[in-house]
Design a protein around this ligand. Structure first.
Ligand SMILES: Nc1ncnc2c1ncn2[C@@H]1O[C@H](COP(=O)(O)OP(=O)(O)OP(=O)(O)O)[C@@H](O)[C@H]1O
Ligand SMILES: [Mg+2]
Length: 254
C-alpha cells in the first residue's frame, strides 16, 4: 500500500504563451492505506493530467506530489488505461511478464494468480487479437495487479465496454481489491460506478479545482442491486447537479 500526498498542485499547459491553459488549480489531498479513491468530473477538468502527474509521466507547474510505500521503500505503481494497450505480437502471459522486473518463477506465479483472478487462467497462451475487448481489458487489470503495485492508478478502465461487461468487471475489481491490499486512485466519468467502488470520491470541477471530497461509507461487497448503494448514488448525483448550477461549464459534461 502507498501514501500519496498531493499538495497545492498546479498545472498550466503552455505557461507563458498565448495558449496558456491552467488545468489543475491548487489541488491538495492525501490517500493512504487500503483506500479506493475515485476522481470524477466533467471531460477536460484535468483528471488524466492529475493521474499522469502522480505517475510521473507529466510534469507539474508548482506544488508537490509524493508517493511512498507504507513500508518505507520507493513505491511501485501500476497503471490501467482506458484501452488495454497489449502488445499484439505477444501472448497474454508474455504481455504480463513484459512489465515485470524479472521473468522468474515468482513473476510467473504472480501472472498465473492474477490471470486466474480475472477468470482468464486458461487464456495465457492466447494472443490479444484472439480475445474480446472485455477480456483484453481484464488482462490489462491483471497485468497492473501482477506488478504488485503499492499504488494502482486506473483511468476510466471500463468506459469503452458495454454496460453488462463493465458491471461484471466492477464486481471483479472489488473482489480482487479486497484481497490485495492496494491503494487505488480511479478516474471515472460515471458517478454510479464511483459510488459502487470507492471509499471516497473527489469531485473535480472545470478549471481543475476540487469541488467536493465525499466519503462513501457503505459496507462491502457492494452490488448495484443494493438499495443503500442506489440511494447514495442519487445523493452524489444531486451534489453534482449543484456543481453544474454553480459552474455552468460543467453543465454539458458530467
Ligand atoms: N499534453 C497536453 N498539452 C496541452 N494541453 C493538454 C495536454 N494534455 C491535456 N491537455 C489539456 O488539459 C485539459 C485537461 O485534460 P485531461 O485529459 O486531463 O482531462 P480529463 O478530465 O481527463 O478529460 P476526459 O474525461 O475527457 O478524459 C484539457 O483542456 C486538455 O486539452
Ligand atoms: Mg481523461
Amino acid at each position: 500500500m502507498a501514501v500519496l500526498t498531493v499538495n497545492d498542485l498546479c498545472k498550466t499547459f503552455g505557461a507563458g504563451t498565448a495558449r496558456s491553459n491552467r488545468v489543475l488549480d491548487h489541488i491538495s489531498f492525501d490517500v493512504r492505506g487500503q483506500t479506493f479513491v475515485s476522481v470524477v468530473g466533467p471531460s477536460g477538468c484535468g483528471k488524466s493530467t492529475l493521474l499522469n502527474i502522480i505517475s510521473g509521466v507529466e510534469t507539474h507547474t508548482s506544488g508537490d506530489v509524493s508517493v511512498t510505500s507504507d513500508e518505507g521503500r520507493p513505491a511501485r505503481l501500476g497503471y490501467v488505461f482506458q484501452d488495454p494497450r497489449l502488445l499484439p505480437w505477444r501472448t497474454v502471459r508474455k504481455n504480463m511478464l513484459y512489465v515485470q522486473d524479472k521473468d522468474d518463477d515468482q513473476a510467473r506465479r504472480r501472472v498465473s494468480t492474477y490471470l486466474d483472478m480475472v477468470g482468464l487462467g486458461q487464456h495465457g497462451d492466447f494472443f490479444p487479437g484472439q480475445l474480446s475487448g472485455g477480456m483484453q481489458q481484464r488482462v490489462g487489470i491483471a497485468r497492473a495487479f501482477a506488478v504488485e503495485p503499492d499504488l494502482l492508478i486506473m483511468d476510466e478502465p471500463f468506459s469503452h465496454l458495454d454496460a453488462i461487461t463493465a458491471r461484471g468487471l466492477r464486481a471483479q475489481l472489488q473482489d480482487i481489491w479486497a484481497q490485495s491490499r492496494k491503494t487505488v486512485v480511479f478516474v471515472t466519468h460515471d458517478v454510479v460506478e464511483a459510488v459502487e467502488l470507492s471509499d471516497r470520491i473527489i469531485v473535480l470541477q472545470p478549471g481543475g479545482r476540487i469541488f467536493e471530497d465525499i466519503p462513501i461509507d457503505l459496507p462491502r461487497p457492494r452490488r448495484q442491486s443494493d438499495p443503500a448503494v442506489a440511494t447514495l448514488q442519487a445523493e452524489v448525483l444531486a451534489r453534482l447537479e449543484k456543481m453544474k448550477a454553480i459552474t455552468p461549464q460543467a453543465a454539458t459534461a458530467v
